[in-house]
Design a protein around this ligand. Structure first.
Ligand code: XUL
Ligand code: CO
Length: 438
């Protein structure tokens, strides 16, 4: 098999002063930060769909980058060429995981039996490469949004036949995930939502989605899937209203339908900002509910109202992400670059530089988050902020050993309460800058 990315060497760590674009400035896989190797905190994954599939086509124009990898698109030769390209790419970057949708791997046919036969063939080929290289699968998923049959949703569809096709795709994608030893299985409900309530029964649709998820869990456990199922929240796009709006909504849904023991969340940075939250907010809400599973590491554009899936370069955001991840003791999932090059970045070299940017950004974020925690001033301030609950009446509230009457009597005895101590926001933001730019 001949080299596809000719002229691109194995990417090595050269340090922050290197001017070599094809080197890591901050990501040093074996370096220990906050008690673990960088590569253990940062199990990076390649997203099959963007990296090997997306070639620059948008609503206004055709492909700008050649991702044929020497084979005719739409053929099994091309599917295999993508595998070759993907494994060469991951090996050169030292990326140990990949994520996939079923139809990223092979061209979908009209007949689901034929598509499944193609998936059997390609997954044998992928498995061979995995054994050869030690590269692993982070998670798998079924694409239940591109095919026109899913125009009214998959679990939320109005057609029982379409529901069965969704079930069939999930079954096959779970088979593949187990075959690859994947850590997780994702549900991104891109079409699970609605455009207008004039034609939608929300309760019926949500119950049907939950039924499909239960069936998936039952089947997955039966075939030996021991990993986590994930919901990936997103508020809109493609649908106007999506049921998995944000982390809090998805957690409520999972608890409502008894799915919370098998599911965690896969939090995507760009989806968080589309929901009007920060990335850190979504991670925190997941973590405090015991549901921080995995991350789709990308970045949106605050000037644009859609999912731009950019490679992350915002070190503030990455630092606050890694602050949450360190506090949570690391991820059981990983960091999937659900990101694509900008359309005019159309060379193979750009594909590598995009991943280098993303990996370096999260490595910097990890180091800076560790410094923030080590510095201790942020944590100290938070501890002090709630100190009035450490003893006296505050402790009784925390212990649950009081009543509304006792609290009212206490307030009456004080006559008036002092205003709480200053939040010190500007001081804390200054500390963040001091640590980021030292
Ligand atoms: C879409 C998105 C998906 C999921 C997997 O916005 O993020 O690529 O990550 O279906
Ligand atoms: Co995603």
């Amino acid at each position: 098999m001949s080299e596809i990315f000719k002229g691109i060497p194995e990417i090595r760590f050269e340090g922050k002063d290197s001017k070599n674009p094809l080197s890591f400035k901050f990501y040093d896989a074996e370096k220990t930060v906050a008690g673990k190797k960088m590569k253990e905190y940062l199990p990076f994954a390649m997203a099959w769909w963007h990296n090997l599939g997306a070639a620059g086509t948008d609503m206004f124009g055709r492909d700008t980058v050649d991702k044929s990898f020497g084979a005719e698109k739409g053929t099994m030769e091309h599917a295999k060429a993508k595998v070759d390209a993907g494994f060469e790419f991951m090996q050169k970057l030292g990326i140990e995981y990949f994520c996939f949708h079923d139809v990223d791997l092979v061209p979908e046919t009209e007949d689901i039996n034929e598509t499944n036969a193609r998936l059997d063939e390609i997954s044998d080929y992928i498995l061979g490469k995995m054994k050869e290289t030690g590269i692993k699968c982070l998670w798998g998923t079924a694409n239940m949004f591109s095919n026109p049959r899913f125009m009214n949703g998959a679990g939320s569809t109005s057609s029982a036949d379409v529901y069965c096709f969704a079930a069939a795709q999930i079954k096959k994608a779970l088979d593949l995930t187990v075959k690859f030893g994947g850590r997780g299985y994702v549900f991104w409900g891109g079409r699970e939502g609605y455009e207008t309530l004039l034609n939608t029964d929300v309760k019926f649709e949500q119950e049907n989605i939950a039924r499909l998820m239960h069936l998936a869990v039952d089947y997955g456990r039966k075939i030996g899937f021991t990993g986590d199922f994930y919901i990936e929240p997103k508020p809109k796009e493609p649908m106007k209203h999506q049921y998995d709006f944000d982390a809090a909504t998805a957690i409520g849904f999972l608890r409502q339908y008894g799915l919370d023991k098998d599911f965690k969340l896969n939090i995507e940075a760009n989806h968080a900002t589309l929901a009007g939250h920060t990335f850190q907010h979504e991670l925190r809400i997941s973590a405090i509910n015991g549901m921080l599973g995995s991350i789709d590491a990308n970045q949106g554009d605050y000037l644009l109202g859609w999912d731009t899936d950019e490679f992350p370069f915002d070190v503030y955001e990455a630092t606050m992400c890694m602050y949450e991840v360190i506090k949570a003791g690391g991820l059981t999932g990983g960091f999937n670059f659900d990101a694509k090059n900008r359309r005019p970045s159309n060379t193979y070299e750009d594909m590598f530089e995009a991943y280098i940017l993303g990996m370096d950004t999260f490595a910097l974020g990890l180091m800076k988050a560790a410094e923030l925690i080590e510095d201790g001033r942020i944590d100290e301030n938070i501890k002090n902020k709630y100190a009035s609950f450490n003893d006296g009446i505050g402790k009784k509230i925390i212990d649950g050993s009081t009543s509304l009457e006792e609290l009212a009597d206490y307030a009456a005895s004080l006559k008036s309460a002092e205003t709480p101590a200053s939040g010190k926001q500007e001081r804390l933001e200054g500390i963040l800058n001091q640590i980021l730019f030292k």
